[in-house]
Design a protein around this ligand. Structure first.
Ligand code: MTE
Ligand code: MO
Length: 585
């Protein structure tokens, strides 16, 4: 293990000599400093080994940087282990990652999503890892040249990480322990290793000074500077190696065990959803059978996912509760069983993200099992001054929804427990989320819901409001071409231009398609399930070979034509007619 971590190059000759003088090594390993005889024999056997063994660290700063990095790894590994035992959600690295997600500026977030898409969170973790390695390396070097500066750095990092952990939503007081014990463990290793490295350097210097002018071969016997230097070096590499390997095994192992033994999947599997007291009738012709067009219902595993959660929140239904608080005459608390015992009905609603670009895929349709929010709010009796409900997730995320949208008898804003016939998938908000037809997800569709605070827009801000998005955000009437696509040439001859259109809570009245510079021609639409769901549409087309432009626009049932002018996703959703360039061969 010692040898494995030594670099080739400058240290290689030292390593080679050590291989020959195995006995010296084993003496040192046993820690019996007084076996001068054995060491002497070995020393005599290979006369030149002294010079090798007493040579100081060639690149002490590199080793010091490695010391810092290994100490940081020990910090994180101890923290993960302690988190596994006492506070499942107390991982400091994940807490710091979540904290970063909350504080990074909007442009950085958009850059990450635009560049890395679904991998934006992995990108964040890798960046965080690089930052930790750099800070840790600097800490190691500082501890080497100017102790205890490195310890001060690790202590500051420890305090910051512990603060991030205990201030996460849902953290228990025990969540402080991983950070505290991690700091102590990492700090101890940093202290010990930096000391060893310094001792090695110092003793090797003394040994070299003593050796010059003395006899050519001095055995590195314990007690002599050379012997001390050899022991320092071995001790240094042994502790460094054990710490690095131990940290890797314990850290990665703890995290894996934490994930694998999280019983949340078992809890979800054990949920039996009640049969809905009413179901939605799917009309004849609701789904067109056209190749390349999105299915009417988006399967759960294909459903887009957007949230700020670095790891999917795990909610135990036996301890979960929903509170209705704030400006209400009757504050209420419901258990999961209370919700399941309500009059649950089926609703079909198309969900859309404000971040969906023109032609984008952050939209999906599902059948939800749930209960209208208005029925729950009615029990709590909201006060007349209230105009907003701040829904809160177990992870602290919040959304602001107009109270009027949640009390409207003609709008099915629901608390959902089921999605497409199963309990909500963990990523989609298990056990309970909100779904409000006609409002973008960020102002309505809170997943892992735990609180409904009746309040006012003047008094409370939701998560995205100070981050450049509107406090209120109805979904913009949109249409999308699914087939044919840019970059996917088609062959000349009869085909279909087809796609989706949505105007949740209003309904789609008309979809029109324009081919090249032709007239807008009405598309044939699928029979809408209801006004809250998207529709499929198509027009027949028989193109010639060459390039063709296709464009689509929709009109809603209130007579509004889709906005032609392009708008970016911030602050309240993209707009613009989608145009695609198609190659026909
Ligand atoms: N707890 C929580 N709920 C959340 C979010 C979030 O970040 N955290 N994001 C919202 C946004 S922006 C959207 S578009 C929808 C997406 O829901 P889905 O991931 O199930 O498709 O969830 C909403 N609910
Ligand atoms: Mo969203």
């Amino acid at each position: 293990m010692q040898r494995a971590i030594r670099p080739a190059g400058s240290e290689a000759d030292v390593t080679r000599r050590d291989n020959k003088t195995g006995e010296v090594d084993s003496t040192g390993t046993a820690g019996t400093a007084g076996t001068a005889g054995t060491a002497g024999t070995a020393g005599a056997t290979v006369g030149t080994s002294t010079a090798g063994a007493t040579r100081g660290p060639q690149h002490p700063w590199v080793w010091a940087a490695l010391v810092g990095t290994v100490s940081a790894a020990v910090f994180l590994a101890v923290a993960e282990l302690v988190a596994l035992v006492v506070a499942r959600n107390g991982s400091p690295i994940l807490a710091v990652g979540s904290f970063v997600i909350d504080i990074v500026p909007q442009w950085a977030k958009e850059f990450a999503i635009a560049t890395f898409g679904e991998y934006d969170k992995i990108f964040l973790l890798v960046s965080l890892g690089i930052a930790i390695v750099i800070a840790a390396a600097v800490g190691g070097v500082l501890q080497y040249i100017k102790p205890p500066t490195g310890l001060v750095i690790i202590a500051i990092a420890g305090i910051a990480a512990t603060t991030a952990t205990v201030t996460r939503a849902g953290a228990t007081p025990l969540a402080a322990l991983p950070g505290i014990l991690g700091t102590l463990g990492g700090g101890a290793i940093l202290l010990i290793l930096a000391r060893r490295l310094r001792a090695w350097h110092r003793d090797a210097k003394t040994a070299t000074a003593t050796a010059t002018g003395a006899t050519t071969t001095t055995s590195p016997a314990a007690g002599t500077p050379a012997g001390r230097a050899a022991l320092d070096r071995r001790g240094f590499f042994r502790i460094l190696g054990i710490s690095a390997a131990g940290a890797a095994v314990v850290g990665v192992g703890s995290r894996l065990v934490n994930v694998a033994t999280s019983s949340i999947t078992a809890i979800r599997n054990a949920v039996t959803l009640p049969t809905p007291s009413s179901t939605v009738t799917i009309p004849e012709g609701a789904e067109l059978d056209i190749d390349g067009v999105s299915p009417l219902f988006t399967p759960n595993e294909d459903f887009y996912r957007v949230d700020t959660a670095l790891t999917v929140p795990t909610v135990d239904t036996s301890t979960w509760s929903l509170t209705v608080s704030g400006l209400v005459d009757e504050p209420l608390t419901f258990s999961f069983d209370d919700i399941l015992a309500m009059d649950l009905r089926e609703f079909v609603v198309t969900l859309t993200c404000v971040s969906n670009e023109v032609g984008g895929g952050l939209v999906g349709n599902a059948s939800w099992l749930g209960v209208p929010v208005r029925e729950i709010l009615a029990q709590a009796s909201p006060q007349s001054r209230a105009d907003m409900v701040l829904s809160r997730s177990v992870d602290g995320y919040t959304a602001s929804t107009p109270l009027a949208s949640l009390t409207d008898d003609n709008l099915d804003a629901i608390l959902a427990v089921g999605m497409n016939g199963e309990p909500l998938p963990l990523e989609h908000g298990f056990p309970v989320r909100m779904v409000v037809p006609g409002l973008y997800g960020y102002v309505s569709a809170t997943k892992w819901l735990t609180e409904l605070k009746v309040t006012t827009f003047a008094e409370d801000d939701a998560y995205w409001t100070p981050r450049g998005y509107s406090a209120e955000a109805p979904i913009k009437l949109s249409s999308r071409i699914d087939t044919p696509r840019t970059g996917k040439p088609i062959t000349a001859g009869p085909t279909k231009v087809a796609g989706m259109a949505w105007a949740q809570s209003v309904g789609i009245d008309l979809v029109e398609v324009r081919i090249d510079d032709g007239d807008w021609q009405p598309a044939t639409m699928s029979s809408p399930i209801n006004d809250d769901t998207w529709v499929q549409w198509y027009v027949d087309w028989e193109p010639d070979a060459g390039s063709h432009y296709l464009a689509v626009r929709a009109t809603d049932k209130a007579g509004n034509l889709q906005i032609e002018e392009r708008a970016p996703i911030a602050p309240n959703g993209s707009s613009g007619w989608q145009r695609v360039l198609v190659q026909v061969q």
